[in-house]
Write a protein that binds this ligand. Structure first.
Ligand code: AMP
Ligand code: ZN
Length: 115
């Protein structure tokens, strides 16, 4: 399934739910987390619906690599100069709450709420 009408992040991709976007290209969307854990907290998602990292297939490798390589550029654009964290929660024991694959990228001066 490339799009799940019930999925909150698919609704954000479709523009049916508003988000504070910071980057968009043909494969990826990046927006601010609604409950930030740090002064800057972004979510990097594929536009295609993939429920979690456990569901990744070989054909996803290109945008998966792009998600990671985008992180330092995004943080630089956001003025984060002293390091950042990248986190992908996967599945129930991984603490995943939204089942559309996403990478948290967060940074800025400490203290942070999580991490
Ligand atoms: P996870 O626990 O890794 O699944 O994280 C899901 C994240 O999505 C949480 O940090 C939420 O704050 C965030 N989130 C949920 N709904 C929205 C939304 N509508 N816009 C932005 N971030 C959201
Ligand atoms: Zn989705």
């Amino acid at each position: 399934m490339s799009h799940d009408p019930q999925c909150i992040f698919c609704k954000i991709v479709a523009g049916h739910i508003p988000s504070k976007k910071v980057h968009e290209d043909d494969e990826l969307l990046v927006f601010h987390d609604i409950h930030p854990w740090a002064p800057v907290h972004l979510l990097v998602i594929p536009k295609v619906h993939v429920a979690s990292l456990a569901d990744i297939e070989p054909e996803h490798q290109q945008w998966l690599g792009k998600m990671l390589s985008l992180a330092p550029k995004l943080m630089k654009q956001q003025g984060v100069t002293n390091g950042f964290r990248t986190v992908i929660n996967t599945g129930a024991d991984g603490g995943q709450e939204v089942y559309h694959l996403h990478m948290h990228v967060y940074g800025g001066p400490r203290p942070w709420a999580k991490g």
